[in-house]
Write a protein that binds this ligand. Structure first.
Ligand code: KIV
Length: 273
């Protein structure tokens, strides 16, 4: 008797992302924070899933990304990893788990890799995080950078407006991007910066540059899943394309359910034993 072995789906790797950049094939990345959504994204063919610390906002209801803890990120990430066969899974190091201490940064990254089974970590910042990047990479953990609007620094900047619009901030961003590449980061997210500056970074660097509010000339795009599906409605920056209005669909379904329960239309004869 012959047995049919399950088909193995080749996993997206950091090398694959590099190849995609060389070939000019755009990289599609979305956030996810749980098993069910991650499985849908993976089956739909997404290249990269980011377990973003935006979970702090969209999953936990905080007003910033600062409160989410490492344990909570590991909880979200482990569900995502269980739902994924193909996509590369990158997990954000949350606020307070890497800044200013490279040993703590390494310990936090090791927990994410070991306890959640992630493929890589992402962290915000340039020159100031280089020692941590170096230490994490020395343990064989791939690191993605994040420049431009860095939400973990909201209390320093006080606003979520477009970043690097003045020449001084723009040249610091370019310098930071080169430093991250030279340190060994496999990619960088550029958030909410002028498209012209993002183009300059993407063409000047070898590694893939993923944009969110950074124009179309970068190597890939990322959006927060709950924003692009219209589950969240209050957040409407110019760069956001909404592909669905799920908040209305969900509320419509819930209202129908309430009405069916109240009118004893649910369950009917066929829906009981
Ligand atoms: O946390 C997050 O979702 C992110 C994306 C906005 C890039 O970092």
């Amino acid at each position: 008797m012959s047995t049919v072995s399950p088909q193995r789906i080749p996993k997206v790797t950091t090398h694959k992302l590099q190849e995609m950049k060389f070939k000019g094939e755009k990289i599609a990345m979305l956030t996810a924070y749980d098993f069910s959504m991650a499985r849908l994204l993976d089956r739909a063919g997404i290249d990269v899933i980011l377990v973003g610390d935006s979970a702090s906002n969209v999953m936990a209801g905080y007003t910033s990304t600062l409160p989410i803890t490492l344990n909570e990120m590991i909880y979200h990430a482990s569900g995502v990893v269980r739902g994924v066969q193909r996509a590369l899974v990158i997990v954000d190091l949350p606020f307070g788990t890497y800044q200013g201490n490279s040993k703590i940064a390494l310990q936090s990254s090791i927990r994410i890799m070991k306890e959640a089974g992630a493929d890589a970590v992402k962290m915000e910042g340039g020159r100031e995080i280089l020692e941590s990047v170096d230490r994490i990479l020395s343990a064989g953990i791939p690191v993605m950078g994040h420049l431009g609007l860095t939400p973990q620094s909201i209390n320093k900047f006080g606003t979520y407006v477009v970043r690097a619009t003045d020449p001084q901030e723009a040249s610091k961003l370019i310098e930071d991007a080169h430093l991250l590449q030279n340190a060994g980061c496999f990619g960088i997210v550029l958030e909410k910066i002028p498209a012209k500056l993002a183009t300059e970074v993407a063409t000047g660097l070898r590694i893939p540059i993923i944009g969110i509010g950074a124009g179309s000339a970068v190597d890939g795009q990322v959006l927060v899943l709950h924003d692009m599906l219209g589950i969240t409605t209050e957040f409407s920056p110019r760069f956001l394309r909404r592909y669905h209005n799920l908040s209305e669909e969900i509320m419509g379904s819930v209202k129908s359910y309430i009405s069916d329960v109240k009118s004893v239309d649910f369950p009917n004869e066929k829906e009981q034993y």
